[in-house]
Design a protein around this ligand. Sequence first.
Ligand code: ADE
Ligand code: ZN
Length: 335
Amino acid sequence: MASLADIVQALPKAELHLHIEGSLEPELMMALAERNGVKLPFNSVEEIKAAYEFSNLQEFLDIYYQGMSVLQTTQDFYDLTMAYLGRAHKDNVKHVEIFFDPQGHTERGVEFATAIDGILDGLAEGEKQFGITSHLIMSFLRHLSEEEAFTVLEQSKPWHDRILGVGLDSSELGHPPSKFTRVFAAARALGLKAFAHGGEEGPPEYVWECLDQLQVDRLDHGNRALEDPKLVERLVEENIALTVCPLSNLKLCVVDNLHNHPLKKMLDLGLKATINSDDPSYFGGYVGDNYLLTAEALGLGAAELARCARNAFEASFMDKDRKQQFYRDIEALIT
Ligand code: ADE
Ligand code: ZN
C-alpha cells in the first residue's frame, strides 16, 4: 500500500493561497540584500530563521514587510517567482493563483511596474519550464486606507488583462472588509474577481462582510466562520471555497496544535476546503508539507486528501478543459 507521503506526492495540486513575497527564502533574502546594497538587521541565514517565532499575525507581518525590502528590481521579482515555481513543481503543483502586495513595494519607492513585470515574466517562464499554469491576484493592504487602494487599482489598469482579481490582506483585526466596499465594487465593475482574507483572526462578522459587501469569489482562511452555524450554512449553500493554510495557522497561533486544526471539521460540514501554504518560507513548509503534516495530525486518509486536491482545481480559475484532466488523475489515485 502506498504511504501517505507517496499519495501526497502523487496528487496533482493547485495552490490558491500563496503570497509570493512570503516565499522569499532566507538564502535569497541575503543574496538580494547583498546584490542591492540593502542593510538587513540580520547577519546570517541562521539569524533570519531564528527571528521566525510569532505569537500572532502582526508579529509576522512586521518581519514580512522588512524582508521584502530586498526586492528592488524586475530581476529580483523574477528570481523570487522562479524560485517558488521550482519548489512548487517538486510538490507536483500544476496550477497556482498567487497574491502579490503592490503597496508593500510602492510604499518604499519601488514602482508597480517593476514588481508586476518581474512576477509576470517569472510566471510565463514557469509555465514553459515546469508546465505550471497561473493567475496573479493583487492584494490591497487593509491597514492602509481605501483611498490608497483606489490608487493601486488605478495604477494597475494597464495590466488588467493579466490580473485575475483583487485580494485583501495584512492586519485583519480593526480593519473590517466593509472599509473596502467601494474599491471592491470598482474592481468587480472592471471585470476583476474578488478575494479576501477573512476569519483568520477576525470574527465571523468579518466573513459575513466578505460575502455581503465585497462579494468574494473565494474566501482566504475562514477558520472563525465555524463559530457561526448560519455562516457555515451560507458558505456551503453558495459553494464558496476556503483557502485554508494549516502550517500558517500553527505558526501564527490561530490554532495551538495541528491536532486541533479545523480542516477535517470543515470537510465534514461540507465546506469546500483547500490546502495551501500562505507564506511558506516563514511558516516552515510548502504545500506538500501542509498536506502531509495536516493529514498525519488529523488522521486524514487518501480520499480526504484527494477531496482537498479536487476542491482546489474546482475553486480555481483554470481553463475548464484542463481541469478535467486533473479530476481524472486524482480519481485514478484513489480507485
Ligand atoms: N500577508 C501575508 N500573509 C498573510 C496572512 N496570513 N494574513 C494576512 N496577511 C498576510
Ligand atoms: Zn494569506
